[in-house]
Design a protein around this ligand. Structure first.
Ligand SMILES: C[S@@+](CC[C@H](N)C(=O)[O-])C[C@H]1O[C@@H](n2cnc3c(N)ncnc32)[C@H](O)[C@@H]1O
Ligand SMILES: [Zn+2]
Ligand SMILES: [Zn+2]
Length: 453
């Protein structure tokens, strides 16, 4: 019921989605959106790619759109008015949010919990960012691994009928343009406010019937009347999530939101409602982590090949977006996390893997470990990677130390590690702790390292 790819297929998939380690936005989707916007606004539709179409609108329109972006989320409290923003949103925020969804899906796939038969609830659909990215991701899977057994069922939920109509049209066109050949079913849309009409919404939805529920950029101060209702909205989303499904929260990259997400996780975990699949299972002893320097547990920052439409809007004055910066949290009800799901406990034990919690017992010896990079510090020749596998309960339990001046293949491999990456080390030395950690993992010439996104 979950998708499995072999290593070769993974590599092909990653090369398509994220060539050279930078996320790619499909040009044909940009072109499709630009042409759609041209037609609905009565603007000229120049032949050619997205740049040609947009430049055909002229300086005045483009400066106006760029201005919409700069002022979209400034100095306002309460729900954003999208009636005049969708055009700019679709060419700027949609392409910026698209890779966030891809990255999360890749994490679910790597963790072994991405369903073959997907039932998606796209909460706060907007122009359909999440659904478009999901269709693209599954289409690329069908490309590298075949479409056998794949299917996607989509349910859209938003406060505004116009958003749902726009998203629906985008999804239909995207399906045709991509020539998607596995079964796709789009259910009747669900329109209503998550804060004020949740009871009506419950009646329209299939409670517990969705194995992927994604509120992306919904539970923040730009959308909700009151952010204290974020917990209610997340609990609602959790109700809709199947027992073997994932609830994926994606949010902007502010520190305030990062803390709110950590707090939400803590509240749900304490109440026994859900646990984190990713970014990590149990990162900090105390939430929201005020006592720690790092407020970025749920933070991810990824390089991208800047989409053409974003480049055009930047040229006309929109703020520049040089990477894909966001917060995310994946929740599950079955206790699975990316470590449990990733490692077959019996197999890993036989292969000599130890939990990070027990690493200090092997002082002076070599061990095999897996974990996620929670922090990466680079200071000239020294690189320190905080690592966590969900067993240690504190942020700085142990870390990996690498020195640039002593070359080794593992050192090289870890050079490019980023916050949130999954690390698999074999034959790493256990040394006394420093800087507040219990112990240090030291690389040597024969340490073997593998890094996943
Ligand atoms: C920033 S857009 C996000 C669109 C898309 N998910 C993305 O990630 O690009 C937020 C969307 O959530 C919807 N929304 C915000 N608050 C809502 C609420 N209380 N109930 C239902 N929909 C809501 C808005 O109408 C808007 O379409
Ligand atoms: Zn952790
Ligand atoms: Zn961090």
């Amino acid at each position: 019921m979950y998708l499995r790819l072999n290593e070769k297929q993974y590599n092909r998939l990653e090369n398509i989605l994220c060539p050279g380690g930078s996320w790619l936005f499909p040009d044909n989707l940009g072109g499709m959106l630009a042409r759609k916007i041209s037609r609905s606004m009565g603007w000229p539709v120049a032949p050619g790619d997205v740049v040609a179409v947009m430049e055909g609108w002229g300086r005045e329109i483009l400066s106006h759109l760029a201005g919409n972006i700069s002022t979209a989320y400034k100095g306002q409290a309460g729900p954003t008015d999208y009636s005049r923003l969708w055009t700019a949103y679709s060419l700027y925020y949609l392409p910026a949010n698209f890779p966030k969804v891809l990255r999360v899906l890749l994490g679910l796939l790597r963790g072994g919990v991405l369903p073959k038969k997907l039932k998606l609830l796209d909460i706060g659909t907007g122009p359909g960012t999440v659904s478009l990215a999901v269709l693209y991701f599954y289409d690329m899977i069908s490309l590298v691994a075949g479409k056998e057994g794949l299917s996607v069922e989509i349910t859209l939920l938003d406060r505004f009928r116009e958003h749902l109509d726009f998203a629906l049209a985008n999804i239909k066109s995207w399906q045709v343009l991509q020539q998607i050949s596995f079964p796709v079913k789009v259910n009747p849309v669900v329109c209503g406010c998550l804060e004020k009409e949740s009871d009506q919404l419950r009646k329209l939805l299939n409670t517990g019937g969705y194995n992927l529920v994604v509120p992306s950029h919904v539970i923040n101060e730009y959308e909700l009347h009151d952010t204290t209702s974020a917990l209610d909205v997340v609990q609602f989303a959790l109700e809709m999530t199947a027992d073997n499904g994932s609830l994926v929260i994606i949010e902007p990259a502010t520190e305030g939101i990062s803390r709110r997400i950590a707090r939400l996780h803590w509240q749900l975990k304490s109440a026994g409602l859900a646990t984190a699949f990713a970014p990590c299972a149990y990162p900090w002893k105390k939430y929201p982590g005020k006592q720690r320097r790092c407020a970025c547990w749920s933070h991810a920052c990824e390089p991208w090949h800047k989409p053409a439409s974003v480049q055009v809007l930047e040229k006309y004055g929109a703020c520049s977006k040089n990477d894909v910066d966001f917060n995310y949290l994946i929740l599950r009800k079955d206790g699975l996390n990316r470590f449990k799901a990733h490692r077959n406990p019996g197999k890993y034990a036989r292969e000599g893997y130890v939990k990070l919690l027990h690493g200090y017992k092997y002082m002076g010896e070599k061990v095999n470990i897996v974990g996620v990079a929670t922090n990466v510090y680079r200071r000239s020749e020294l690189m320190i990677i905080d690592i966590c596998d969900g067993t240690c309960g504190t942020h700085n339990y142990c870390y990996i130390e690498a020195r640039g001046n002593c070359w080794s293949p593992a050192n090289d491999m870890l050079r490019s590690v980023r916050h949130g990456d999954f690390i698999d080390l074999r034959g790493v030395g256990v040394a006394p702790g420093a800087r507040g950690s219990h112990y240090t993992l030291k690389l040597s010439g024969d340490t073997k390292a593998v890094v996943y996104r």
